[in-house]
Design a protein around this ligand. Structure first.
Ligand code: UDP
Length: 234
């Protein structure tokens, strides 16, 4: 039987992907689908950490009239809503889960403690990281890169609402070119919309491979078993 390629993965789910195409709120079918995909990984012994975005509720940078740091903190709180929803969905199918947040909110989740998070992973619990890095001026992509480095994850699974990285938006350009492989420098120099440059640099400096693909159970499994879909950045 085929074996998973990775022992420990960090799955980054953008808030937008959770909205199921509407761009706002949480779609329960999407949540359920992701949870089933994560369960399949846990069942074969892959350790799964998750970083969730918050763009389905709020993006700091798009609220121009507001003080930036305040807007960013609101964005971080939005990610905690997504983290809790994913936890609930995973627990519904009996996957042991812990939420850890970059901003302390002890009534709803554990504070982020690296050693503790690693221990949860070793015990087969899914660790969902909410509140990004806990700092304004960063993104949840940067949180994904940071937590992947801290957890010593083998790969970042960057689940998006497009199937790969293109040179232009494939939804509006029929001649958009799809990339199968990219280097970190190409992502930065061509200003490709994979991750922001802070997150990409962090991955580059720490040699963390990024796999970009469209979010679905099927695709999560395919990537973990080494099937060539989407785009690989390394
Ligand atoms: N955010 C932040 N620091 C972080 C992570 C997130 O300030 O470490 C804020 C930022 O305002 C961002 C919002 O939270 O716009 C939502 O996160 P993000 O846009 O990364 O989510 P996604 O677009 O992936 O859904």
């Amino acid at each position: 039987m085929a074996k998973p390629m990775y022992k420990r993965v960090l799955l980054k789910i953008s808030g937008e992907a959770l909205s199921g195409g509407t761009g706002f709120g949480i779609n329960n079918d999407v949540l359920k689908d992701i949870s089933l995909g994560i369960k399949e990984l846990i069942d074969v012994g892959v350790e799964v950490a998750v970083v969730v975005g918050g763009g389905n509720f709020w993006r700091g940078r798009t609220n121009k009239g507001m003080d930036r740091t305040t807007a960013d903190y609101i964005g971080m709180l939005a990610t905690v809503m997504n983290a809790m929803a994913l936890q609930d969905s995973l627990e519904n199918i009996e996957v042991p889960t812990r939420v850890q947040t970059g901003i302390e909110m002890r009534q709803v989740a554990e504070p982020y403690i690296r050693r503790r998070a690693v221990r949860h992973l070793e015990k087969g619990r899914v660790v969902i990281f909410g509140a990004g890095t806990g700092n304004p001026y960063f993104s949840t992509d940067t949180a994904a890169a940071l937590r992947a480095a801290e957890m010593e994850a083998d790969v970042i699974l960057l689940a998006k609402n497009v199937d790969a990285v293109y040179d232009k938006d494939p939804k509006t350009n029929s001649n958009a070119r799809k990339f199968e492989n990219l280097t970190y420098m190409e992502v930065i120099n061509k200003e490709l919309k994979v991750m922001d440059s802070t997150a990409t640099s962090l991955c580059m400096d720490n040699k963390i491979t990024i796999k970009v693909f469209e979010l679905s159970t099927e695709n999560i499994i395919k990537v973990v078993y080494g099937e060539n879909i989407g785009t690989t950045v390394e």
